[in-house]
Design a protein around this ligand. Structure first.
Ligand SMILES: CC(C)(COP(=O)(O)OP(=O)(O)OC[C@H]1O[C@@H](n2cnc3c(N)ncnc32)[C@H](O)[C@@H]1OP(=O)(O)O)[C@@H](O)C(=O)NCCC(=O)NCCS
Length: 219
């Protein structure tokens, strides 16, 4: 027989993970579907419903999922699988935040983004993974983030974009620093939101990039 308190506690943990990753209050300027942006062979566009299966297929690689979601090196496979399942459930309900990365029209990865207005300033937050292993290390992560940053600072009017990665994820750190992000102590994006304490995240490195810093690199 199912133990009700154990079931409740599992549901609460799943809900808290969702809160941390996906359930943030969205600014009203969040487009209902991501408008296509191009840079040569690279295109960013909204993730299509039929592509959710591809997205889910990539995340069957739990090593990729651990890195993509910055989970602790102690998190076991069933925990990682739970986080992946939460993401996929959310994605099925609301694809607004998910951007497809395509090279020559082939889907190779995904960027997840949100915007939030705090004290009259608009903040962006994002996460990325290149799902196809053979496409990593070929500059697509850097180029697609740069394209998305242009959209966040330009069309969406963000003043600042933040992101974070696990302390063990040296490739992500190099990628973000190469784009001009600087390490910071915390993330303003999540200010005032509940912070669940039993999520198995790795110690994180937080990054911030202001619009002025981004513009200075694109004169
Ligand atoms: C992190 C990630 C998005 C970077 O995108 P990418 O297309 O692979 O990276 P790029 O080719 O743009 O390279 C960016 C920098 O990382 C370096 N780099 C890329 N792959 C590397 C590797 N395997 N080892 C060492 N350095 C590497 C590049 O040399 C480049 O640095 P440089 O400009 O100083 O030379 C991608 O590797 C990925 O999806 N990884 C798995 C999931 C993940 O970690 N997501 C991030 C979660 S926060």
């Amino acid at each position: 027989m199912t133990d009700i308190s154990e079931l409740r506690s599992r549901l609460r943990r799943a809900f808290e993970r969702m809160l941390r990753y996906v359930n943030v209050p969205l600014a009203s300027g969040m487009p209902s579907s991501f408008p296509e942006c191009r840079d040569g062979d690279l295109t960013l566009r909204g993730l299509r419903e039929q592509e959710i299966a591809v997205f889910s297929g990539w995340l069957r690689d739990l090593h990729l999922a651990r890195y993509a979601f910055g989970l602790s090196l102690d998190a076991d496979d069933s925990y990682i699988q739970g986080v992946v399942n939460d993401h996929i459930s959310f994605l099925k309900q609301d694809r607004r935040s998910y951007v497809a990365i395509c090279v020559n029209n082939k889907l190779i990865g995904c960027i997840y983004y949100h915007i939030r207005d705090i004290d009259g300033l608009r903040f962006g937050i994002l996460g990325i993974f290149i799902g196809l292993e053979e496409e990593r290390g070929r500059g697509y992560g850097t180029r697609s983030l740069d394209l998305l940053l242009g959209f966040l600072f330009g069309e969406l009017g963000c003043s600042c974009v933040e992101l974070d990665t696990a302390n063990y994820n040296k490739v992500a750190q190099r990628t973000y620093e190469g784009l001009g992000f600087s390490v910071c102590a915390d993330q303003r994006f999540y200010e005032g939101l509940p912070s669940p304490n039993d999520i198995e995240l790795a110690p994180s490195v937080y990054y911030r990039l202001t619009k002025e810093q981004w513009q200075a690199r694109h004169i």
